[in-house]
Design a protein around this ligand. Sequence first.
Ligand code: 4NP
Length: 157
Amino acid sequence: MIKVLFVCLGNICRSPMAEGLFIHHLNAQGLADKIDVDSCGTGPWHVGERPDRRMQQTADAHGIHLPSIARQLRDDDFHEFDYILAMDSSNRRNLMAAKPPGSKGQVMLIRDFDDLGKGEDIPDPYYLENQGFEQAYQILQRSTQSLLQHITHTHNL
Ligand code: 4NP
């Protein structure tokens, strides 16, 4: 089983949407028994919460199910997950600082997989107006598709 973890700050906006979209792609391509997915946040503030209501509304509008209940990043994640995707460069810095030496988790930026903004951040929508949520959805729709292509190609799935 290949394991993929999406990481943002609060685990109530961006990474739950990334997780929901990735599950959607896995189901559409019949890969749900080969690739496992989860999400978490580097911060503790929203542990136990369902996704932000505004992100939930955006997901509903696009027919995407968000199963996430917020949890915080833990050291074991770096040993358990093969691909660890940061939503922005601040998340990536926090991940690199927390990564135990020798752990297998490969830390990358999700927009490394976005042809329309390679290496850029997904702006944190939490303090933005509603358009920030739709924008995050659009970026994640592209990036998660392309990440899945990368993984299936790398592992001959
Ligand atoms: P997320 O958004 O990292 O995309 O889940 C945020 C949610 C909450 C907070 C920050 C970002 N917060 O500071 O509470």
